[in-house]
Design a protein around this ligand. Structure first.
Ligand SMILES: NC(=O)c1ccc[n+]([C@@H]2O[C@H](COP(=O)([O-])OP(=O)(O)OC[C@H]3O[C@@H](n4cnc5c(N)ncnc54)[C@H](O)[C@@H]3O)[C@@H](O)[C@H]2O)c1
Length: 303
C-alpha cells in the first residue's frame, strides 16, 4: 500500500503506473490509473490561467456569472459583449470583485449587437489580435420573446427571437472559432441553450424552437471543429433567477410558483450555481466533452 503523501506538488513526480490510490490526510483522494500527469496549480485541469474569453450577454444574468467564473479560474481577460452603451451596476461590481482577486485577470466591456455578423467577426478578430489568442466563447446573449398561444405567432415574432437566439449565437461561436483556428489554439465554445430546447414549455414556441436549434448547432459545430481541437457544447439550464425570469414574474407572478414546484428541488436556480459547469466546460477538465448538451435544472426534466 502506498504511504500518505503530504503535498499536491509531490503528486507530479509519481508515475501513473506506480499509483493505485493516493492517501492525503489519511483519506483516499484520487485513483490515478489513467491520469498521465498531474497539474501543480490548485485548480488543476480546471485552471484557466492566461486564457482569453468572450462572453456575449455578459452585462448581466447568466452571461455575467460566466464571466465571473472564468475570471475566478484564472482567465487573463474576459470580454463581455452586450447591447447597452455602458455596462450596468452589476457588471461594474463584478469588475471590481475580479480586480480584488489580485491576479492579472480583468473584465472588459464591449458594446455590440450579436445580430450584426460583420461587426462581430471584426470585433472578435480585433480582440484576438490584441490578446494574441482566443480560448473561450460563452454565447449567452438571448431573449425570451413574447409569450402567446402557438396559433397566434407572427413571422415578426419568430424572426425577433431567431435573430438573437439562433443567428446571434451562431455568429458569436463562428467569430470565436475563426480566431481559435487562426491562432491554431485549442478552444472551448459554450452555447447557452435551455431545457426549453428539449422539453416543451407552454406559450413560448419561438424560444423553445430556437433553443432546440442551439443544441443541434453545438453538435454540428463540434463535429466540424473537432479536428481543429475546438470543442463545442451546449448548456441547458432550467429556470434560473435572472433579469430575464424576473421580468416574466413581474408580468405573471404565478410562474415563479409553478416553475419551482415542477423542480425536484422545489426552487429556481441561482446564477452562481452555473459557475462550476461553466468552468468545467471552458477548461481542460472537460477535454473529452464535445457535442454534448449538459442539463443543469434542479431535476426539472428528470420526470
Ligand atoms: N434565466 C433562465 O432561467 C434561463 C434558463 C435557460 C437558459 N437561459 C439562457 O441563458 C442566456 C442568458 O439568459 P439570462 O437569464 O441571463 O437573460 P438576461 O436577460 O438576464 O441576459 C441576457 C443578456 O443578453 C443580452 N442581449 C440580448 N440581445 C442581445 C443582442 N442582440 N446582442 C447582444 N446582447 C444581447 C441582454 O442585453 C442581456 O444582458 C439566454 O440565452 C437564455 O435563453 C436562461
Amino acid at each position: 500500500m502506498l504511504k500518505p503523501i503530504s503535498s499536491r506538488s509531490s503528486l507530479a513526480i509519481l508515475r501513473r503506473s506506480q499509483i493505485s490510490s493516493i492517501y492525503k490526510n489519511g483519506v483516499t483522494s484520487a485513483s490515478l490509473h489513467s491520469t498521465p500527469a498531474i497539474q501543480r496549480e490548485s485548480l488543476g485541469d480546471f485552471a484557466l490561467t492566461d486564457r482569453v474569453a468572450i462572453v456575449t450577454g455578459g452585462n448581466r444574468g447568466i452571461g455575467l456569472e460566466a464571466a465571473l467564473a472564468l475570471s475566478t479560474a484564472g482567465s487573463r481577460t474576459v470580454y463581455c459583449l452586450d447591447l447597452p452603451e455602458k455596462p450596468g451596476e452589476d457588471w461594474n461590481a463584478a469588475r471590481q470583485s475580479v480586480a480584488k482577486l489580485g491576479g492579472a485577470g480583468r473584465l472588459e466591456y464591449v458594446t455590440i449587437d450579436v445580430r450584426d455578423q460583420k461587426r462581430l467577426l471584426k470585433t472578435v478578430e480585433e480582440i484576438a489580435t490584441k490578446e494574441g489568442r482566443m480560448d473561450i466563447c460563452v454565447a449567452a446573449a438571448g431573449i425570451s420573446g413574447a409569450a402567446r398561444p402557438c396559433l397566434e405567432y407572427t413571422e415578426e415574432d419568430l424572426e425577433e427571437v431567431y435573430a438573437v437566439n439562433l443567428k446571434g449565437v451562431f455568429f458569436s461561436a463562428q467569430a470565436a472559432a475563426r480566431q481559435m483556428d487562426r491562432f491554431r489554439m485549442p478552444g472551448s465554445i459554450i452555447l447557452l441553450a435551455s431545457i426549453a430546447g428539449s422539453v416543451a414549455l407552454k406559450a413560448i414556441l419561438p424560444y423553445n424552437t430556437s433553443k432546440a436549434a442551439v443544441i443541434q448547432m453545438a453538435r454540428v459545430m463540434a463535429c466540424e471543429l473537432a479536428q481543429k481541437n475546438i470543442r463545442v457544447n451546449s448548456l441547458s439550464p432550467g429556470f434560473v433567477e435572472t433579469p430575464m425570469t424576473t421580468a416574466i414574474f413581474s408580468a405573471q407572478p404565478e410562474f415563479q410558483t409553478i416553475w419551482s414546484e415542477q423542480s425536484f428541488m422545489n426552487r429556481l436556480g441561482k446564477p452562481h450555481e452555473l459557475r462550476g459547469i461553466m468552468t468545467w466546460l471552458a477548461s481542460d477538465a472537460s477535454s473529452f466533452c464535445t457535442g454534448s448538451n449538459i442539463v443543469v435544472d434542479g431535476g426539472y426534466t428528470a420526470w
